[in-house]
Design a protein around this ligand. Structure first.
Ligand SMILES: O=C(O)C(=O)C[C@]1(C(=O)O)C=C[C@@H](O)C=C1
Length: 292
């Protein structure tokens, strides 16, 4: 079987880098060949898995400076047949890439909105008068840089090398320990091939809506976890998009779905939620750590 892995295009994105790291691991442990499938957007990457065009997608979920990648959460809620297989935490070090000789020449900086936000203070301090323009990825604007020395992009060192472009400033992210969490997503009902080798998962992610906008509507589902001693790692709300002030909730829990306490929690949660979706049970690994 040949495995295909969808990720955000074009070449050089951080999502591609995460997909390459995951592919190398997969080939090493399963002996299966895997190839990368670039897609123009994160929703397109996820839809390609949902529709069976690709086996897997590697998508960004959360950044240590800027927080959640909302489009990933919104798309996962909309598509019903996807499961998280693994989480990868990857260090992110942004470069200012440009053919200009100095900062004074630059008039425009392009990057993905997440990357622009991760370098917001640096941009205010060192390029206060430039126009920051959102692009569909950190590498989208790199192809125009050789034609215009007034333009810069925020990208990775690997991307600068791939496009043979000079780096004007290194490590421009506002906090040095910047990192992004990616999820490896497959269709549900997959064998454990795509997961880490450990027998138990350290994390389970779910999403739900609550029955109505009444006092205690969110407390009740949260109390289920408190009573069963299940620790919450993260909670995120997103608008349902149906009406203003109506939310759905994404929760990461520190427990394997197969544990007895999670079994009880899921049964109990059905009494306090309107729609509930299991997003996956998986392990979290750091890509600097080779122990997956
Ligand atoms: O544009 C890219 O290079 C991406 O892979 C997207 C993305 C993101 O959406 O968070 C991934 C990691 C970084 O946090 C910045 C951008």
């Amino acid at each position: 079987m040949t495995i295909s892995i969808a990720h955000l295009a074009p070449p050089g994105t951080y999502a591609e880098q995460a997909a390459i790291i995951y592919r190398n691991w997969l080939t090493q442990v399963t002996n299966e060949q895997a190839f990368l499938c670039p897609h123009s957007t994160i929703p397109q990457s996820l839809r390609s898995v949902s529709e069976g065009e690709t086996s897997l997608a590697v998508v960004p979920v959360e950044n240590s400076i800027e927080g959640s990648v909302n489009i990933t959460f919104d798309t996962l809620w909309q598509l019903n047949n996807l499961r998280i297989q693994l989480a990868l935490v990857m260090p992110i070090t942004h470069m200012l890439v440009s053919c200009a000789n100095d900062l004074a020449t630059i008039q425009t900086v392009y990057s993905h909105p997440q990357a622009l936000a991760q370098c917001q203070k640096w941009l205010e301090d060192f390029l206060p008068h430039v126009q920051a323009i959102s692009a569909s990825s950190t590498t989208e604007a790199l192809k125009v840089l050789k034609e215009d020395i007034t333009v810069a992009a925020i990208s990775s060192q690997r991307a600068a090398q791939l496009y043979d472009l000079p780096i004007l400033r290194t490590s421009i992210n506002d906090y040095p320990d910047n990192c992004t969490r990616f999820w490896v997503i497959s269709q549900n009902q997959q064998p454990n091939t795509y997961k880490s080798l450990k027998n138990t998962a350290s994390c389970t992610s779910i999403a739900f809506t609550v029955p109505s906008n009444i006092p205690g509507a969110l407390v009740k589902p949260l109390q289920v976890f408190a009573h069963l001693g299940i620790n919450l790692r993260k909670i995120e709300s997103r608008p349902t998009k149906r009406s203003l002030g109506e939310y759905l909730f994404f929760i990461d829990l520190e427990a394997d779905i197969a544990s007895p306490s999670m079994d009880s929690a899921l049964a109990e949660l059905c009494n306090h939620t309107e729609v509930i979706k299991l997003l996956g049970t998986y392990n979290v690994i750091s890509v600097t750590n080779t122990s997956i």
